[in-house]
Design a protein around this ligand. Structure first.
Ligand SMILES: Cc1cc2nc3c(=O)[nH]c(=O)nc-3n(C[C@H](O)[C@H](O)[C@H](O)COP(=O)(O)O)c2cc1C
Length: 167
């Protein structure tokens, strides 16, 4: 199947998770494109879509939100999945689900939503981001669990295999 993996990521940590998902789907025999949300004109060439975003001050990335606004109808017509990443620290905080996640899940009818802990590298932030992060008192560090990301992607591969058998 032809699969789109599209991830909103300012500092790369979430994009790398998207690449892990893409790798797992390629290993399962799918033809996978990784495209920035802003660069996706149409999703209709794809049989399935995996969306991802980090959270910034309680919101998913603007690029992903815009893509969903532009392509809501097309997204609803194909199987899609959503992951979000942001919570940092041990245990990962904050644990609340952003409203954008609920809205996008409802708009697109995603088959599953996953949350994965993120990575916060203070050196890579600009001044205003540092101020915002200081307010959230988030812990710096790489809290990502790429095994959990791969396991989730393998679940998507299994779901796609079932769809292929049905189709
Ligand atoms: C300016 C800023 C604001 C953030 N706000 C939140 C937040 O509200 N909730 C959250 O869970 N994580 C928040 N984070 C943590 C990021 O989502 C996390 O570091 C993520 O892994 C960054 O992904 P990226 O490297 O793909 O940009 C914030 C990070 C930054 C830099």
């Amino acid at each position: 199947m032809r699969v789109l993996v599209t991830v909103a990521s300012r500092h790369g940590a979430t994009r790398e998770m998207g690449s892990e998902v893409a790798e797992q789907l390629r290993a399962a025999g799918h033809d996978v494109d990784e495209v920035e949300p802003d660069d996706v004109e149409h999703v209709d060439p794809y049989d399935a879509v995996v969306m991802g975003s980090a959270v910034y001050v309680g919101r998913l990335g603007l690029g992903l939100r815009d893509l969903v606004d532009r392509q809501a109808g097309q997204l609803r017509q194909r199987p899609s999945w959503l992951f979000w990443s942001g919570p940092v620290g041990d245990p990962p905080m904050p644990a609340t689900v952003p409203d954008d996640v609920t809205d996008i899940a409802r708009t697109t009818g995603v088959r599953d939503v996953a949350v994965f802990a993120g990575r916060l590298d203070r050196d890579g932030l600009n001044i205003s981001e540092r101020a915002l992060v200081a307010l959230t008192r988030a812990d710096a560090g790489d809290f990502r669990d790429l095994d959990a990301v791969r396991a989730w992607a393998q679940g998507i591969a299994r779901a796609l295999r079932s769809l292929q058998r049905e189709g």
